[in-house]
Design a protein around this ligand. Structure first.
Ligand SMILES: Nc1ncnc2c1ncn2[C@@H]1O[C@H](COP(=O)(O)OP(=O)(O)OP(=O)(O)O)[C@@H](O)[C@H]1O
Length: 249
């Protein structure tokens, strides 16, 4: 049984449904990428799992428990942590304070918080060096590391990253995605939404391509990287083959 399974889920805003019958799985130790053009429904899907948006239909099962419609704090307590797009850190607080806030649910166990914060410094040494610096003065890449670090202090079973490499230099993109890949090899399930399809497929065990709120293609990272339709649509070929298939579905 998969650690996280999204089963026949519809999501939307008011009367509007933008994700239709979405089904996918993420296993422990895997990086699973959700790919697709702007507006496909990737962020909506992340918000549906994290409890920000209530599914209209379907089940979201984490380790055997249906979380569909549960409040966001409950979903976090079950082990799902979402790092939203845009590196949201508390700019007027220090790096250390940001990390401690991420561990708020452990507030009754201060020694555990200190241990977890240290783990983040081990993973991202630059954050350890800058622990007293205000988060708002960090570089874009460092802020992204902090946003990821804040999620990691509770040792999530599923880490969801929404566009972690957006606006970062190629070297920083490589570093952030490398950490995601390392976390997966240590057993975390990583769900990744990424504009940089080439880099995403390099680290993804499996990927799902979503268009107009439906899965139009799935396969291993290797298979999709070699797929002509992916090449044409996302890796520079310029065809809209997949989009027409989604419209016909
Ligand atoms: N708050 C909202 N109210 C109404 N419609 C919304 C809202 N948020 C998103 N949408 C619509 O839902 C659809 C899916 O958007 P979503 O942000 O999930 O796509 P995405 O795949 O994450 O795209 P991007 O790569 O641009 O972030 C889009 O048509 C968008 O306009």
């Amino acid at each position: 049984m998969a650690l996280l399974s999204v089963e026949d889920v519809d999501l939307g805003y008011g009367e509007l449904t933008v994700v239709h019958g979405l089904t996918f799985e993420v296993n422990a130790g895997e990086v699973v990428a959700l790919l697709g053009p702007n507006g496909a429904g990737k962020t909506t899907t992340m918000n549906g799992i994290s409890g920000v948006l209530k599914p209209k239909r379907g089940r979201i099962v984490l380790d055997g428990k249906n979380l569909a419609g549960r409040a966001a704090h409950h979903v976090v307590a079950e082990g799902f942590r979402h790092v939203p797009e845009g590196r949201r850190v508390f700019g007027t607080l220090s790096v250390k304070e940001n990390l401690r806030l991420g561990a708020y649910s452990l507030r009754k166990k201060p020694s555990l918080i200190a241990e977890r914060v240290k783990e983040v410094y081990d993973l991202f040494p630059v954050l350890g060096e800058r622990r007293e610096q205000l988060a708002g003065t960090l570089s874009g890449g460092e802020q992204q590391m902090l946003a990821v670090g804040r999620a990691l202090v509770t040792r999530p079973r599923v880490l969801a990253l929404d566009e972690p490499s957006l606006g970062l230099s190629p070297r920083m993109q490589h570093e952030i995605l490398g950490v995601a890949s390392d976390l997966a090899s240590q057993g975390t399930a990583v769900l990744l939404v990424e504009q940089n399809v080439r880099e995403a497929l390099r680290i993804a065990d499996r990927a799902y391509v979503i268009e107009l709120g439906r899965v139009v293609l799935t396969g291993t990272g290797k298979e999709l990287a070699a797929d002509k339709r992916i090449e044409a649509t996302y890796l520079g070929g310029g065809s809209d083959e997949l989009e027409s298939e989604a419209a016909e579905a």
